[in-house]
Design a protein around this ligand. Structure first.
Ligand code: COA
Length: 290
C-alpha cells in the first residue's frame, strides 16, 4: 500500500493561524512546518544550526509560506521563551506549537554515560516542557500543542533506554497537560511515528537496514514524512477539536508486531487449529461451563 500524497485538507484550513515548530529545519519537523504552511498557517521554526534554518525559510518563501526562523536549543528555557516571543512579535499571535525537536542514538545501557542519558532526556522531555511552558500564555484560550513522540516505550526497545524513557515522559506530559490545560483552552495531543523514510532517525537507528525494517512493518513499508505531517494537520484541525491528552500512533502497525515471523507458521496454524477444535469438541473440552 503506497503513500498517496494528496492532502485530504483544504488549502486554507489553517488560514489566519500561526504555528511554531521545534526541530522545524530538518526531518519530520521540516515537513510538518511545510505542510502547516501549505495549508494556510504562518510558520515559525527553530533548530540549533543557522544554515538549515535559513534554507528552510527560503524554501518556504518560494512556496508562498510566510516563515520566521530562529536558532534555539530547546533544553534552555531562555531560548524557548525567546523563540516563542519572537514568533508572536513577527506574526502577532500563536495558535499551534509542534514539539518535534529530538535527539537519539543507539547505545547499550551499560555503555551509556549519565550525560548521554541526560542529554536525550533534556532535548526530548525537558525540551517539550520548556517550549510548552514558554507558549502557555500565547496559546491560552485557543491553542493546540502537538508532541512528537514514539512507540519505543510501549514494550521495550533495545539500546535506547535514554530515548524510550524520554518518549515515555513526553507521553506523560501530553496526558497531564491535556488535563491541566484543557480548562485553560489548550488541547495537548501527540503523534507517535514508527520508522519514517528519509530521516536522521533511520540513518542513525537502522543504517542500511531499510528492507529489513520495511519487512517488519505490518503495512510493509515505512511512513513518509508527509504522512506524519498529515496526522499533525488532522490533530490541529477543528475535526480533532474534542481530542486532548491523546497520542495518535502512526506507525503502520509496527509496534504491534513484536516478531518478524509468527511463532508458529501460518499454514500449520490453519490446519492444527481446526484439528484441535475438532478434537476438543469430541472430548467435550470446548463445551462452555456456563
Ligand atoms: N553513543 C554513546 N554515547 C553518545 C553517543 C553515542 N552514539 N552520542 C553521544 N553520546 C554521549 C556523549 O558521549 C556525551 O556524553 P559524555 O559527555 O558522557 O561523553 C553525551 O551523549 C552528549 O553528547 P554531545 O555530543 O555532547 O551532545 P549534543 O548536545 O552535541 O548532541 C545528540 C546531542 C548526541 C543527541 C546528537 O546526536 C544530536 O544532536 N541529535 C539530534 C538529531 C537526532 O539525533 N535526530 C534523530 C532523532 S531519532
Amino acid at each position: 500500500m503506497q503513500a498517496i500524497e494528496i492532502s485530504p485538507f483544504t488549502k486554507d484550513v489553517l488560514k489566519g493561524k500561526v504555528a511554531a515548530v521545534t526541530g522545524g529545519s530538518s526531518g519530520i519537523g521540516l515537513e510538518i512546518a511545510k505542510q502547516l504552511g501549505l495549508h494556510g498557517a504562518h510558520v515559525a521554526i527553530c533548530g540549533r544550526r543557522q544554515k538549515p534554518i535559513d534554507d528552510a525559510v527560503a524554501e518556504f518563501a518560494s512556496l508562498g509560506i510566510r516563515a520566521f526562523g530562529a536558532q534555539c536549543d530547546v533544553r534552555k528555557p531562555e531560548h524557548a521563551t525567546s523563540f516563542i516571543n519572537g514568533a508572536v512579535r513577527e506574526f502577532g499571535r500563536l495558535d499551534i506549537l509542534v514539539n518535534s525537536a529530538a535527539g537519539n542514538f543507539l547505545c547499550p545501557a551499560e555503555d551509556l554515560s549519565v550525560n548521554g542519558f541526560k542529554t536525550v532526556m533534556e532535548i526530548d522531555a525537558v525540551g517539550v516542557f520548556n517550549m510548552s511552558k514558554a507558549a502557555f500564555e500565547a496559546l491560552r484560550g485557543h491553542g493546540t500543542i502537538v508532541n512528537i513522540s514514539a512507540t519505543l516505550h510501549y514494550g521495550a526497545t533495545w539500546f535506547q533506554v535514554h530515548a524510550s524513557s524520554a518518549k515515555a515522559a513526553i507521553d506523560s506530559i501530553t496526558r497531564t497537560l491535556g488535563m491541566e490545560w484543557g480548562p485553560e483552552g489548550i488541547r495537548t495531543v501527540g503523534v507517535a511515528p514508527g520508522p519514517v523514510a528519509g530521516t536522521a532517525g533511520m540513518t542513525k537507528l537502522a543504517p542500511g537496514m531499510s528492507d529489513a525494517v520495511n519487512e517488519l512493518v505490518p503495512l510493509k513499508r515505512m511512513a513518509t514524512k508527509w504522512e506524519i505531517a498529515m496526522s499533525v494537520l488532522f490533530l490541529v484541525s477543528n475535526g480533532a477539536g474534542y481530542i486532548t491528552g491523546e497520542t495518535l500512533v502512526v506507525d503502520g502497525g509496527s509496534w504491534l508486531n513484536t516478531s518478524l515471523t509468527p511463532p508458529i507458521p501460518k499454514e500449520l496454524i490453519r490446519q492444527a487449529s481446526r484439528d484441535i477444535e475438532k478434537k476438543s469438541r469430541n472430548t467435550g473440552l470446548a463445551r462452555s461451563k456456563l
